[in-house]
Design a protein. Sequence first.
Length: 306
Amino acid sequence: MTPVDPAPRPLHPPLFPNYPFHPHYFDRGSGLRMHYVDEGEGPPVLMVHGNPSWSFYYRNLVKALSGTHRCIAPDHIGMGLSDKPDDASYAYTLAQRIDDLDAFIASLKLTEPLTLVMHDWGGMIGMGWAVRHPEQVARLVILNTGAFPLPPEKPFPWPLKFTRTWLGALLVRGFNAFAFGTTVIGCRRNRMPANIARAYCAPYNSWANRIATLRFVQDIPLSPADAGYAIVKHAEANLHIFKDTPAMIGWGGKDFVFDAAFLRQWQKHLPHAKVHLIPDAGHYVLEDAADELIPLITQFVRSSAG
């Protein structure tokens, strides 16, 4: 299970605008390859995406930081430019995702702690790894995500509930409804340009290639009976480990899933974190408020370097 680079080939096609990165692949075993971006040199910054996005979400942050930092952004198995196996070949579970990230980071053989940037379900995956290896975390950047169960005052959003029905699953697998829908509602300040929306949806271009966008939603643990719930509770119980770790929260105020209830939970667990609330931005906050948020993240990462 070591990083592998493919034979020389052209960079990603124009289908992915502003994503001029050479592809890298990590051999996860069993014939599965995890694609990742690896740009720049210096202290490492690991960027963990959620569902239904992929490393494309971080393209502008990679460009902003790669002059001073090594920016690493993997695509989860089944997502982005990584392999997309069927259920018989891969367990689409939170436990598997954390194990994947653990193996991937170990393969990089980093010599210093990293900055962990997390969005959406990437927060639970990233913090699931972080509580195993707190000594490897230099700072945290938290973007509309969670690392704890659904807050008590927060009802499970109906679009996610619907996605877990047979009809919702059909729309996700048959019509790419989850990826497409998120491009529509994910940006509230500025409408997502059509070419950018196409790039978000492009990896999920068939029934087979949309498996992960559905499995992610089906795997959300809501009660102790659900697979992954114990992992989520364990992460929450250990967030205190990072009470002195430099942390920044960049938050879109118009996210209907990761809303104010989630932000309050983060502030409860990490009261020292610098909070940048962007009231009119949506779930894809790094996309919707790039001009405002990326300089803030860049300043935070560089000012707390060393």
